[in-house]
Design a protein around this ligand. Structure first.
Ligand SMILES: C[C@H](O)[C@@H](O)CC(=O)C(=O)O
Ligand SMILES: [Mg+2]
Length: 367
């Protein structure tokens, strides 16, 4: 049934100066400006149906420095491996409508989340403490800390956070690909005393056998391997699963080629009985991935064991249908579509280089 034709397509380079506050910083990206190529496809259909797509990039906007392709150098916030996944948002039914037991449970309690927002690598110890205290007050029970740049610093920060959250709450660590295989094993053996549930991206995301070797060495220490935020297709995930290279699988809604590719990974994870704990944050990733993980629970895994979805407390105000977090859980979205649409005012302000925000920042840099 044809309802209309494509009448207009726009692609905009939208950037947020997150580097100014050290938000999003890790062992490989010291100063990321969270950014996105934002695409809107409009139609002439009577109901005004349109599609919105986001490609989140990790680094300085949509600039890709191909000369640093590969693992990139630490501190380089260019994005060597941007995911190019477009996701549409059109009118239609909200994700959850009919009611079954698991849906009722989601609607009442939401999907469990963990926070990465307290412990970006560029935060001072004081900021870490202050944000961690607030997160505990807000009811968070699962925390992720960035590691991998400097062992002494990691020990200090992990000690602070473990002391604050106590022995029972869950701690995860994320090295953002910083190490080679022996380094990952050695480094994590030193951090094992802080009882992390997982070490995320201990090495290059393409090194499947490397992940398997790290997993073999660390699982006996009680540390699982989590990876996937940089995996761009189901074949890589298939091999990671076959090689027993991960204990926690992290889909990324924009890295994989949209919904279908994500769904095939959810199904494989179910077959291999590996929990899916999605990567989120960035620009709109929480908004998108909540749909996938709630679907996973209701229709695929039917389990919450060892499962949780990442939450990062930034940039939601720029979305027309922002995520709703209650009691450290994602509450199911009730609006139609994939929650991709950004507020026009935000896009205008943050468009690079001529949006209001960037005009000011670039002028200040020149002076
Ligand atoms: C550069 C990004 O902020 C990265 O650190 C995010 C990430 O690895 C995560 O949230 O996990
Ligand atoms: Mg990560």
């Amino acid at each position: 049934m044809v309802r209309g034709r494509i009448s207009r397509l726009s692609v905009r380079d939208v950037r947020f100066p997150t580097s100014l506050g050290g938000h999003g910083s890790d062992a490989m990206h010291m100063d990321p400006d969270y950014s996105a190529a934002y695409v809107v496809i409009e139609t002439d259909a009577e109901d005004g149906i349109k599609g919105c797509g986001i490609t989140f990039t990790l680094g300085k906007g949509t600039e890709v420095d191909w000369s640093r392709e590969g693992r990139g150098a630490p501190g380089d916030s260019g994005c060597p491996k941007c995911g190019v996944g477009l996701v549409g948002q059109a009118g239609g039914k909200a994700c959850l409508e009919v009611t079954c037991g698991h849906e009722k449970q989601m609607l009442a309690q939401g999907y469990p989340a963990y926070t990465t927002s307290c412990a970006w690598l560029g935060y001072s110890d004081d900021t870490l403490k202050q944000l961690c205290a607030q997160a505990l007050k807000d009811g968070w029970t699962r925390f992720k800390v960035k590691v991998g740049a400097d062992l002494q610093g990691d020990v200090r920060r992990c000690q602070i956070i473990r002391d604050m959250i106590g022995p029972e709450k869950t701690l995860m660590m994320d090295a953002n690909q910083r190490w080679d295989v022996p380094e990952a094993v050695e480094w994590m053996s030193k951090l094992a005393k802080f009882k992390p549930l997982w070490i995320e991206e201990p090495t290059s995301p393409d090194d499947i056998l490397g992940h398997a070797a790290i997993s073999k060495a660390l699982v006996p220490l009680g540390i699982g391997i989590a990876t996937g935020e940089q995996c761009h297709n189901r074949v890589i995930f298939k091999q990671l699963l076959q090689a027993k290279a991960l204990q926690f699988l992290q889909i990324d809604s924009c890295r994989l080629g949209s919904v279908n590719e994500n769904l095939s990974v959810l199904l494989m994870a179910k077959k291999f009985e590996i929990p899916v704990c999605p990567h989120a944050g960035g620009v709109g990733l929480c908004e998108l991935v909540q749909h996938l993980i709630i679907f996973d629970y209701i229709s695929v895994s039917a389990s919450l064991k060892n499962r949780m979805c990442e939450y990062v407390d930034h940039l939601h105000e720029h979305f027309k249908y922002p995520v709703m977090i209650q009691r450290a859980s994602y509450m199911p979205p009730k609006d139609p579509g994939y929650s991709t649409e950004m507020k026009e005012e935000s896009v205008k302000k943050h468009q690079y280089p001529d949006g209001e925000v960037w005009k000011k920042l670039l002028a200040a840099q020149e002076n």
